[in-house]
Design a protein around this ligand. Structure first.
Ligand code: FAD
Length: 286
């Protein structure tokens, strides 16, 4: 398998900046994320604190960053990373598409909006999954529950319905689920607790009801850092880093909102630059 020098997860200003610096330093870069960069920029009405771009619309700044990537021949691989495993001398990245390998990794995933469901993180890999593509085959002919935190996840729900007997969908987003197969039952309640009871999984809701199933898929735009990388030191929703953007795992760096407040474009871009240079040093040392 092709092995990259630096895999960068996330295409906000942190990931984009890290990718540009890594490419300038002649590293073989894998940039994973959203082909349109980040909602948090596209949705910004007007930005006034990004140097060189006074009163810029978010979508225009995003376009400028996309153009910069294009000019530097940096492609975006549009998948979601669901697990990163430290394998000793390299990292393995499991995604909703292929599996990738890289000597170093930079996490630039932004902060996950909202809270996790109680019990979710402890049961990942043991009844709770973040990846329909990876884990659907385990539930052939069985029942599954999906807690979906964005309308774009309906594609994954439809795919699960092709494999599973019945899917109960909890849509935790605005708007009506549309065009789903007949074996998808929509329940408009808010998931609040997940637990295992023998071979079965049980999901409780804030409305006081419980639902039993074989497996639970929690589908969000991003995955909490603790669930993404086993053994990663975190503090609440954030990854612990030093001033070089190093995490507690050798060869693994983090930058942007995911390392803590303030949540700002320029702070994210600055940290992306530092993380890339630290990864370059790490590669040279190893
Ligand atoms: C409406 C709005 C207006 C704002 N206005 C300003 C402003 O005027 N000035 C300012 O400085 N800041 C502003 N902010 C804050 C700013 O948006 C954030 O600080 C900044 O976007 C953080 O950049 P980031 O690169 O760290 O993460 P993000 O921008 O959150 O990008 C993370 C990217 O990683 C992707 N991702 C996440 N998990 C995975 C995964 N597992 N696999 C693959 N990809 C993944 C996400 O889809 C996303 O594309 C605003 C925010 C909002 C919401």
């Amino acid at each position: 398998m092709e092995r990259y020098d630096i895999a960068i997860v996330g295409t906000g200003p942190a990931g984009v900046s890290a990718a540009i610096t890594a490419k300038i330093r002649n590293k073989k870069v894998l940039l994973i994320g959203d082909g349109d960069l980040t909602k948090k920029m596209r949705q910004a009405h007007e930005i006034n604190n990004y140097p060189g771009f006074p009163k810029v619309k978010g979508e225009d700044l995003a376009r400028a960053m996309s153009e910069h990537l294009k000019q530097m021949e940096i492609d975006i691989t549009e998948v979601k990373v669901v697990n990163i495993y430290a394998m000793g001398k390299y990292f393995s990245l499991q995604t909703t598409g292929d599996t990738f390998e890289a000597f170093s990794v930079i996490i630039a995933t932004g902060v996950m909006p909202g809270k996790m469901i109680e019990g979710e993180e402890a049961l990942v890999g043991s009844g709770v999954s973040y990846c329909a593509t990876c884990d659907a085959p385990l539930y052939k002919g069985k029942d599954v529950i999906v807690a979906a935190y964005g309308k774009e996840e309906e594609k994954e729900v439809a795919f699960l319905a092709e494999v599973a007997k019945e899917v109960i969908l909890f849509p935790v987003y605005n708007g009506e689920p549309e065009g789903l197969p007949s074996n998808v039952r929509v329940v408009k309640e808010v998931p609040s607790l997940i637990k295992r009871e023998g071979p079965k999984m049980v999901l409780s809701t804030s409305q006081g009801n419980t639902y039993e199933t074989d497996g639970i898929f929690v589908l969000r735009e991003s995955v909490s850092p603790g669930a993404l990388v086993p053994g990663l030191a975190t503090q609440g929703a954030h990854i612990e880093v030093d001033r070089q953007m190093k995490t507690n795992i050798k060869g693994l760096f983090a930058c942007g909102d995911i390392t803590g407040r303030p949540y700002q474009y320029i702070k994210s871009a600055g940290e992306g630059n530092v993380a890339a240079l630290s990864a370059v040093d790490y590669l040279a040392e190893n």
